[in-house]
Design a protein around this ligand. Structure first.
Ligand code: IMP
Length: 441
């Protein structure tokens, strides 16, 4: 049975991965984040306690799990300790025995945050709408071969000289756009204290994970952001700067590709997007009120930034593309209950561009802004599915909707979430995922 599984969002993020990863985490020994940083926001509810995680894998709230922050991540040490301290206050153990940070992961420094702000201001109307956490600039430094990795930061001379060199360039940009230059000594002092505290957590996680896989230990690879925000495959340039798709789970951990034996896609019954960028099925103009209703019912506000999320109909065309890139073995469908009150539900099954049906997702963002979605309308069910735990208990039209989405995506749906609580879940017993969950009870 599958021992190494990646969980990936199929849309533009916020598909409800937190709940699903949390549900799975207790069945795995090791839970790993492999890309991104504290731009993510996962809400996890355990009993009457709720946790918001940005940087740490969801496994952290389960006793006895080892959590890994892989080499593909960018880590702001200050944000790490804010989160670790908050979790400790909530009774969660965040110790070097439980949490391992890759020695090859890159650090986010104060000038990355400043550059993120400057870059967004420079772009004006064309801005990406980033989380302003310094994610993009940290990945730019990584690709530009001037980044500071966690292990480098433990060597004071290396840390100082890289900060000095990088800050020279960063300050030039910051000042050119009217910002206040940052001070290298101050940054060095602040980072020295933080990285010294970080030291015991730093490990060769690549070796650790490959040995663990060889020993047959189970590993859950927890994706952050989502497929359509991937730096290569997403709606570029309105994307994050990391590889969010299943392939990124390999690059961002150093696990050999053959280790990955399952990919679970997380799909929400409708679509949302935070920040700027094309969104073909967005509820606008005549549908703005509907979008607002879904935002309220689905509590669609960013867990990291509190920003309201843009809401739209389910985009089966884009989700099919996500299934193709990631090779989903199964899909978990979330937030069915949010659509309970609608009398009709639209699903986008394809796009037209310049009057022609698109064969595949257009690569150019301007085209994605112009495409006309081809919609199919399904009847709603107008009754409550909140908390339903059996497929057979779903209203007929809700069942039809779920089956239609599954057909459209081309992957069997193994789990349906009918509310924020863990218990508010339907497991489709005769699905691959259902069987896997039973076997790993
Ligand atoms: P960045 O990752 O902060 O550089 O932001 C780039 C884009 O990704 C922006 O549109 C953000 O709103 C979006 N983004 C980043 N993290 C998340 C997330 O966890 N959920 C949804 N969108 C995100």
């Amino acid at each position: 049975m599958s021992k190494v599984i990646a969980v990936i969002g199929a849309q533009w993020g916020d598909e409800g991965k937190g709940k699903i990863v949390d549900l799975l985490a207790e069945r795995f020994e090791i839970v790993v984040r492999y890309q991104g940083g504290h731009n993510a926001g996962h809400s996890v509810q355990v009993g009457d306690q709720s946790f918001v995680l940005h940087l740490l894998p969801s496994g952290i709230v389960h006793r006895g799990k080892t959590c890994v922050l892989g080499n593909g991540m960018v880590i702001d040490p200050k944000a790490f300790f804010v989160e670790a301290d908050r979790l400790t206050q909530q009774g969660v153990e965040v110790s070097p025995e439980r949490v391992k940070i890759s020695s090859r992961a890159h650090l986010i420094l104060p000038y990355h945050r400043a550059l993120d702000h400057t870059s967004e201001e420079r772009l004006g109307n064309e801005k990406v709408g980033t989380t302003l956490r310094g994610i993009g600039p940290a990945y730019e430094d990584k690709a530009g071969r001037r980044g500071i990795r966690t292990a480098d930061a433990l060597v004071p001379d290396v840390l100082r000289s890289r900060i000095e060199r990088n800050l020279e360039d960063a300050n030039r940009i910051i000042e050119a756009y009217g910002g206040e230059p940052l001070n290298a000594d101050e940054i060095f002092r602040e980072m020295s204290v933080l990285t010294e505290r970080l030291g015991p957590f730093i490990a060769d996680t690549t070796h650790y994970l490959n040995v663990a896989a060889t020993e047959g230990r189970s590993i859950l690879l927890e994706g952050a952001q989502a497929t359509l925000l991937d730096v290569d495959h997403g709606t570029y340039p309105f994307v994050t700067s990391s590889t969010t798709v299943a392939g990124g789970a390999i690059i961002g951990t150093g696990l050999a590709p053959h280790r990955l034996n399952g990919v679970l896609g997380i799909v929400r019954t409708y679509t949302t997007r935070v920040g700027e960028g094309p969104f073909p099925t967005e509820m606008l103009e005549g549908e703005a009120e509907l979008g607002q209703m879904i935002r309220e019912r689905g509590r669609e506000y960013g867990a990291s930034t509190g920003r309201p999320r843009r809401c739209g109909w389910f985009d089966a065309f884009a989700t099919r593309y996500a299934a193709e890139i990631n090779g989903f073995s199964s899909v978990a469908l979330t937030k069915l209950d949010v659509l309970d009150t609608l009398d009709e539900i639209k699903v986008c099954t394809g796009y037209k561009l310049n009057g022609r049906v698109c064969e595949s997702l257009p690569a150019v963002s301007q085209d994605l802004r112009r495409v006309e979605p081809i919609f199919e309308t399904l009847p709603g069910w107008q009754s409550s599915t909140l908390g339903t735990t059996e497929l057979s208990a779903l209203p007929t039209n809700a069942r039809r909707y779920v089956d239609f989405l599954s057909e459209q995506i081309g992957v069997q749906i193994g789990l349906i979430s009918t509310g924020p609580e863990r218990s508010q879940t339907i497991i489709v017993h005769d699905s691959k995922l259902g069987q896997w969950l039973r076997d790993n009870e």
